[in-house]
Design a protein around this ligand. Sequence first.
Ligand SMILES: NC(=O)c1ccc[n+]([C@@H]2O[C@H](COP(=O)([O-])OP(=O)(O)OC[C@H]3O[C@@H](n4cnc5c(N)ncnc54)[C@H](O)[C@@H]3O)[C@@H](O)[C@H]2O)c1
Length: 494
Amino acid sequence: MGVLKVGLVGCGKIADANHLPEMLSLGKNAEVTAMFDTKEGKAEALAEKHKLKPKFCNSLDELLHSDVDAVIIATPNLYHYEQTLQCLNAGKHVLVEKPMASSVEEADEMIDLAEKNGLILQVNQSLRFSALYKKLAELVASGIIGKPLHARCLRAATSSPDVGWSPGAKWFVQKKFKGSLVTDIAVHMADLLQWCFGPVDTVMSQTTNLSHEVPDNVVALFRYKNGATATLELSWTFPIGGNKFEIYGQDGAILLTDEAIEIHKKGAKKPKIIRFNSIKAIPNSHAVFAASVAKGGNENWKVGREALALCMAIIESNQQQKAVEPKMRKTASKTSVKSPAAKKATPAAKKSTPAKAAPVKAAAPAKKAAPAKKAAAPAKKAAPAKKAAAPAKKAAPAKAAAPAKKAAPAKAAPVKKAAAPAKKTAPVKAAPVKKAAPAKKVAAPAKKAAPVKAAAPAKKAAPVKAAAPAKKAAPAKAAPAKKAAPAKKAAKKK
Ligand SMILES: NC(=O)c1ccc[n+]([C@@H]2O[C@H](COP(=O)([O-])OP(=O)(O)OC[C@H]3O[C@@H](n4cnc5c(N)ncnc54)[C@H](O)[C@@H]3O)[C@@H](O)[C@H]2O)c1
């Protein structure tokens, strides 16, 4: 069984809180063999924290020439497009952070290139791998609250991510790096609402820049093709943080509390309670990515592309002061990526044989979890590796040079000062936890799992940036946490 060799680009907060824990959860099936960060000492500090011994690279180009099969891109938003193109042109599979790009046009170029080269392109829409949110979507689809009518989602924080989540990461609130509350949190929550209600018809929004040069308060109204509506309210500047996720249907409502899903049926005296710890885990983002690289994938980029379209519609609606339709990708995918063999065509990948690497096993913490299958699904359809090999050959060529040039500017950004040691970075974006200490925004990662900004709540777990609902909780960005460690522990960690 081959080992999937992964390069990590960008060794900041999300790499620490999500990418490395989830990579490590794959066990021997995958390995982080190379790391690169423009800030001196940052990759080394992060590797030491997670007990890794990768090759430390001085550029993305150097990393691509090391023996990696795939690359995780966890850099500021501005770089996602150019770095993804550079990696795809070098014949590497890519797991890129959200938002996948800064425009739908850029995103489509990335997708086209991945398909042309027979490579997996996945976006780390981490909440899509949260068992909790999957459960919510399944409940709505099951008809338990009848015809969907309306949903309300509030994610309010008292500060922007450069304060709580990744202290000093100013790019989150800077135009030139494509930061904003829209691309930080709406990218998750608008996507989750769409997961529950289906395709969006129109978006109307009002965004304001109260304390930053980018939108730091967002109100969006969605109308779905099924006739339902939803409101999304986000803030980085509220005096107190808070989260709500409520879904109303003709026959009942689904409410997310700080530790359970409540299903209120019309006329019933008591709600049905589904506690977070009773929801079965599902494969995490990296497990699905690794499985797709090993066995083939099908439109792994899709959720990220749609989430980006919703973000762009929010921005456009505010600019035009009218309802707009999100620009979903119209052209159907020409081909699924049938197998990872494509990579073999590239020099760097020659030696690696990810084909059987199938981290699926490790991945699948979800043996009992019904939904898990869906997530992993692409693997089943995987066709024989041979087919994929062809496109790869075309991929490797010279084109890589072009994007590489553009990528160069990245170097300019570097900051000489050594990165703060991982320990101090720990803070977390989200974390609304019961009575948890005020806002350590990001949750404590599940045991071995990976927390995520926006994610799902976990019993006492530590939240993550966007996610978790919490009555009294501090604002939080996310927080997907399977069996997350108890808050206390988490707190210590962070
Ligand atoms: N999926 C989620 O739930 C989630 C949560 C938080 C952040 N994110 C996304 O992850 C990305 C990174 O966020 P973060 O919180 O880790 O930010 P961060 O600022 O903590 O880390 C970014 C790292 O990238 C490095 N860097 C900057 N430019 C670079 C370049 N050109 N090449 C290589 N390294 C470079 C920085 O030095 C820094 O270490 C962002 O796109 C953000 O939107 C996703």
